[in-house]
Design a protein around this ligand. Sequence first.
Ligand code: PMP
Length: 408
Amino acid sequence: MNRDHPFIAQCDKALADIRAAGRYRRFVALEKLADRFPYYKVTMEGRTQDILVWSSNDYLAMGTDPEVIEASIEAARTMGAGAGGTRNIAGSSPIHVALEAELAALHGKDAALLFTSGYVSNQATLTAILNSMPGWHVFSDAQNHNSMIVGIKGGKAATVHVFAHNDLADLEARLAAAPADAPKMIAFESVYSMDGDIAPIGAICDLADKYNAITYLDEVHAVGMYGPHGAGVSERDGVAHRLTIIEGTLAKAYGCHGGYIAGDASVIDYIRSVAAGFIFTTALPPPTVAAALASIRRLKVDQARRDTLFERANLLKSKFDQAGLPRLPTESHIVPLMIGNATRATEVSMRLIREFGMYATPINYPTVPAGTERLRFTPGPKHTEAMMDQLVAALRHILSGETGTVAA
Ligand code: PMP
């Protein structure tokens, strides 16, 4: 390979810049201990230790649930490790179809469609919608996930309006200013994962009705956890039937892997027929599909697990408040602790591991705006009060004497 190519020098320069800004991403290799979740085994700097993890998106610990693991093992035994083809070419099994039926029923929609990740479901679906006919105007929340932004950018002739985050007045002003007869779509999320705040879904649906827009809601950080059957904030708020498309993941509260959309039969059939990210990739592996099916069926009836999640999240929030730790006030299960600087956020995270055997992910720019860097805590049903007390003591120790640099 030719190392003289200018691209190699460009890589090195860009990496040096990222390092200088304190944004260089170091992966901590965490080996999940399935029987002791949320403990993981970590080897770092020549030392192996068990680490208590506070940042998993396996919010309800379903990834280590015995029923879910069994379903996966059984499917691997009977159907093999991989799907062996795209959905069109030998990769559609009865359990793919059953999972889609389960997801459609969960959200009260006609149909659902699986994708290989939540990322791909957003990217592929939004691009397909916006290329379906000319003249689209899309209204996208300023904090939408990268997968939605990339999907929207894929709409070759669409006009994009970014509205201020969760701001109904700004959204309405932009809807009103767009041509009355243009096809319109509002794309937004329910639970925003970095700030942990929640969209006013019903009020956005009111605006969609008033301006004849379709709606696209990402419920990735809500499915499994919100609503009486875990169908998300749209179920909790009784507005699922008003949304055109609900998108979700099987990789967070369901503890498995994969993404999906649910909606009107014609819309889902159209996306199935044209979306490149659906058509040209291998179907989800049967063990993953079987595990997700078991996880959804369990969570549909496991309100106790959801109650425990919110009880634990509220307990951690109140402990942070009592200790004077500057968290963002959130309505959701997500607890961000504001640090305000990338170098410091990374340093606090590393000290938590090295000195206290605990891990929380530093969230730095560009994932969040510069100056709002944070550690993100997602306590779940397996985090005990004693663990929380250890965490608070550790954070107080690390942050004491640094109060001048820790911004609320
Ligand atoms: N939407 C949002 C809001 C997300 O935060 C994420 C992933 N973090 C995704 C979509 C992508 O989901 P997945 O991890 O299943 O690809």
